[in-house]
Ligand binder design. Structure first.
Ligand code: 9MR
Ligand code: ZN
Length: 528
């Protein structure tokens, strides 16, 4: 087996393949079978996370465009792959358009969704969990994941990844055509897509500024199309994390949208400041997820990092000293400052400050923290035969989120600091797209050997064999929560191989908006 990036390699980029059969030499053959490049196979040795004895082929020096295969002197031949400047265009557009396919409340038409069209869903009013007589219209937004819930902290973090991605690498988004209803309106499509989520988010705010934690049915729906999920919708109690994340992402969105639509931007900022008022009046951590409501909890134990992110963004948006002071106060608490969510969001607060235009001691502190984190991760990647900046502890529920967040850290350190970690960001993408111990592409609809049976209700119920494209799969998990997963992944299976493409296993094979969003960010960086 020869594991390659199934989406291909950039002409000028780093290019690596991994194999598990011993070999000494390799050739790269063009479409006519002619060898255009030859190199030595390197014996990496034992790779801990996969349990494989790994060999690698580096052909970064080959800068010819076209379609190629790799052949080793032991007779292995890879599948075809591309080298070119546009190899990730489809992948980038697909992982971006995934959000459109998750839209709730509007129905997807044939023009934009093709065979994946479906009717309007979840349009009835929601009632307050604590007082069912209060009805509230809060339709819209993105379905969170394989389930139809809509959760504020998850949504805020997914938006943040994309909006910070846009802030740092606007060029990658400016030319995108995602074929969504808003395409051609003069606003980058990805921002129109994010606006769909933001409009919903605004509906989740209570009059006193507090923000409901989530909007879901009492339990998860059966595997039916979204329009057939008719369960009563509930707004679950306000939480301090939801309110803080809401304040942060609305302030960030204000910064992003003000040049496109100042009315919308002002509305976002007003909502952010209103949320801040609530935070001020409610200094204690607040979270109450009634156990009778069995949809996702997204519980946390502390909100210091969330509050820090809120103040950092409010300062970035308004330059009001009062927010600076509150941010500094929040920063005195103990939490990591390079974590990118969904729960731990200190790194998003750091990003807020790093992108606000100030160049001072504080921005340097944040930059240095990202550089240090990137250096640590690069070391880990060097110890992996597959080039993954992952240790066994990263292979839990949603491991591909860790993989892509590590790509984000390489991207942030490169874009904001002095050292170039692009090679490592590329390697994380390679791992996602097939340079891994199962040789599988973890993005639906992309790659010759790809996941196709995710835990995703519409894809199960629609009767269409090919899954909706562009969905980043949760991926290998050495501690799957479903006991029956052990039939496919025996105890003791190496972490990188602890995966099976079967719909019933949500702890291995689900999708969510905040697993897609770091991939959008990482690709935007690589494509900029
Ligand atoms: O992504 C979440 C993962 O980190 C947690 O371990 C898991 C259990 O709490 O929940 C995951 O989030 C799920 C959420 O609760 C509901 N929607 C689907 C999410 C992805 O599986
Ligand atoms: Zn819906």
């Amino acid at each position: 087996m020869i594991y390659i990036n199934q989406s291909g390699y950039f002409t000028d980029g780093t290019k690596r393949a991994v194999m598990i059969n011993p070999a000494e030499k390799f050739d790269i053959l063009d479409n006519s079978g002619k060898a255009v490049f030859s190199g030595s196979v390197k014996h990496f040795g034992f790779d801990e996370c996969s349990g494989d004895n790994v060999y690698t082929a580096d052909f970064s020096e080959l800068t010819e465009q076209g379609t190629f295969t790799i052949r080793t002197d032991s007779g292995d031949v890879s599948k075809k792959f591309e080298i070119g400047a546009k190899v990730y265009d489809k992948l980038f557009d697909d992982v971006s358009k995934a959000f459109y396919y998750l839209r709730c409340g509007c129905g997807l038409d044939e023009k934009h969704a093709g065979v994946y069209k479906h009717g309007k869903c979840h349009c009835t009013k929601a009632v307050l969990w604590e007082d069912n007589s209060v009805e509230i219209e809060a339709s819209g937004g993105w379905h969170d994941a394989g389930d139809y819930g809509r959760y504020v902290t998850a949504g805020a973090v997914a938006l943040a990844h994309i909006l910070y991605g846009y802030t740092l690498f606007p060029n990658a988004f400016d030319k995108q055509n995602l074929n969504i209803p808003e395409s051609g309106n003069g606003v980058p499509d990805m921002l129109s897509e994010c606006r769909y989520e933001l409009e919903w988010l605004l509906k989740m705010q209570r009059d006193d500024g507090g923000v409901y934690h989530k909007l879901t049915t009492k339990g998860h729906a059966a595997f039916v199309m979204p329009e057939d999920d008719k369960g009563q919708l509930y707004l679950l109690p306000v939480s301090s994390m939801a309110t803080a994340d809401f304040a942060a992402v609305c302030a960030l969105a204000y910064r992003v949208y003000k040049k496109f639509d100042s009315n919308f931007a002002d509305k976002l900022l007003a909502a952010a400041e209103k949320a801040e008022k609530w935070l001020e009046a409610n200094p204690d951590f607040l979270f109450n997820n009634p156990k009778e409501c069995t949809t996702g909890g997204y519980g946390e134990w502390k909100d210091d990092d969330n509050r820090f992110w809120a103040y950092a963004e409010l300062f970035a948006a308004t330059e009001k000293e009062v927010y600076y002071d509150k941010m500094m106060l929040a920063l005195e608490k103990d939490f990591p400052i390079t974590q990118l969510g969904y729960a731990s969001v200190g790194g998003l607060g750091a990003l807020a400050y790093m992108t606000c235009g100030r160049n001072d001691e504080l921005s340097e502190r944040f930059r240095n923290a990202y550089t240090a984190e990137a250096e640590k991760l690069a070391e880990t990647a060097e110890k992996s035969g597959y080039g993954a900046a992952m240790t066994d502890k990263h292979y839990f529920w949603g491991s591909n989120m860790n993989l892509m967040k590590h790509a984000m850290i390489f991207a942030i350190a490169t874009a904001c600091g002095e050292k170039d970690f692009t090679v490592y960001a590329q390697k994380q993408l390679d791992v996602l797209m097939g340079v891994n111990a199962l040789g599988i592409s973890y993005v639906t609809g992309n790659g010759y050997y790809r996941c196709n049976y995710p835990h995703l209700r519409p894809s199960s119920a629609d009767g269409i064999e090919e899954c909706i494209p562009g969905m980043v799969i949760g991926g290998p998990n050495s501690r799957p929560v479903e006991p029956t997963a052990r039939q496919y992944i025996p105890e003791g299976t190496p972490p990188m191989k602890s995966y099976v493409d079967r719909e019933e296993f949500y702890s291995l094979n689900e999708i969510t908006i905040y697993w897609n969003s770091p991939a959008v960010f990482a690709l935007a960086f690589l494509m900029k």
